[in-house]
Ligand binder design. Sequence first.
Ligand SMILES: Cc1cc2nc3c(=O)[nH]c(=O)nc-3n(C[C@H](O)[C@H](O)[C@H](O)COP(=O)(O)O)c2cc1C
Length: 135
Amino acid sequence: MNVLILQVSPRAKGNTAWMADEYKNAAEAAGHNVTLVNVAHKHIAGCLACEYCHGKGNGQAPIQRMYCVNAPAKVKKMALLCSSYSPGVYDGATAEFRDICNYWHAENMGVVTAKIDEQKTDATKQKIVDLVAKL
Ligand SMILES: Cc1cc2nc3c(=O)[nH]c(=O)nc-3n(C[C@H](O)[C@H](O)[C@H](O)COP(=O)(O)O)c2cc1C
């Protein structure tokens, strides 16, 4: 399966990057074709209503939209990895995640979260490996 990981933390060696790398390693070990994109360093914004994509852009937006990375129509399954310092801060992110899974008719494979004492641990790594096993 083709796997696209969108890593949204700007810290290259941070906790979110570690979770993304563990997911990538496990998926590649299982034989999947993985692309990891660091979204934090891209210029991403909402639709500008400039109509560039419907004219000169020939379908491409002037900003780096998600559908420029991979078409949503090809997204079959999605998973969410989140890290934070505090516990109990994931409701907003998980609600958005459930919403986009429903909107794209993609299977919600699950969410792995890691607060301060769960970051870069074997237990969190195992949760990520278990998530990859659902691919
Ligand atoms: C400027 C800044 C603000 C932060 N604010 C919060 C916060 O409000 N709540 C929280 O749980 N963690 C907060 N954190 C901690 C990060 O969310 C946490 O360390 C997370 O694991 C960071 O992921 P990263 O290592 O990929 O950057 C903050 C970190 C920074 C640098």
